[in-house]
Design a protein around this ligand. Structure first.
Ligand code: 5GP
Ligand code: ZN
Length: 135
């Protein structure tokens, strides 16, 4: 299947992985809205909230919480934004269900409507390693 996130799960496209179990996967976003921005996905391909099976959604949410706790331990943010987009009208760019986790600091000025801006890969790798070590 020609899905970029399925390829990331399979290791055919490199990623900065922070967590993996038999059904879910989490990795750093390469266009981060804030320091530590990452994505949590089910391994089984589904496109949107409309398509994903209940059990896949459950395990993805459990991993989402694990990753959020690791982010708190690693980066000590004041808050965290989680969001998930469905369909072109909602600006979904990648057609494999994923939930964003965006660490937030008071008055950080992060604007979710901003277009994608590539981050500094060395910095993202460092943040990813910190989060991965906090599970
Ligand atoms: P969406 O708008 O579909 O919710 O967001 C897709 C997200 O995936 C964007 O934040 C984008 O930066 C991220 N993304 C797209 N391609 C890649 C990739 O190849 N690797 C990683 N790590 N993130 C990606
Ligand atoms: Zn996929």
């Amino acid at each position: 299947m020609d899905c970029i996130f399925c390829k990331i799960i399979a290791g055919q496209i490199p990623s900065i992985k922070i967590y993996e179990d038999d059904r879910t996967f989490a990795f750093m976003d390469i266009n981060p809205r804030s320091d530590g921005h990452c994505l949590v996905i089910p391994k089984k391909h589904a496109v949107t909230l409309w398509d994903i099976e209940d059990d896949e959604l459950r395990v993805t949410m459990v991993t989402l919480k694990k990753v959020a706790l690791a982010i708190r331990k690693a980066l000590n943010p004041d808050g965290i934004t989680s969001f998930q987009l469905n369909g072109k009208a909602a600006n979904q760019l990648v057609d494999h269900y994923h939930v964003h986790l965006v660490p937030r600091w008071l008055n950080d000025g992060v604007d979710m409507r901003h277009g994608l801006q590539p981050g500094d890969m060395e910095k993202i790798k460092g943040l990813g390693a910190k989060i991965a070590a906090a599970f």
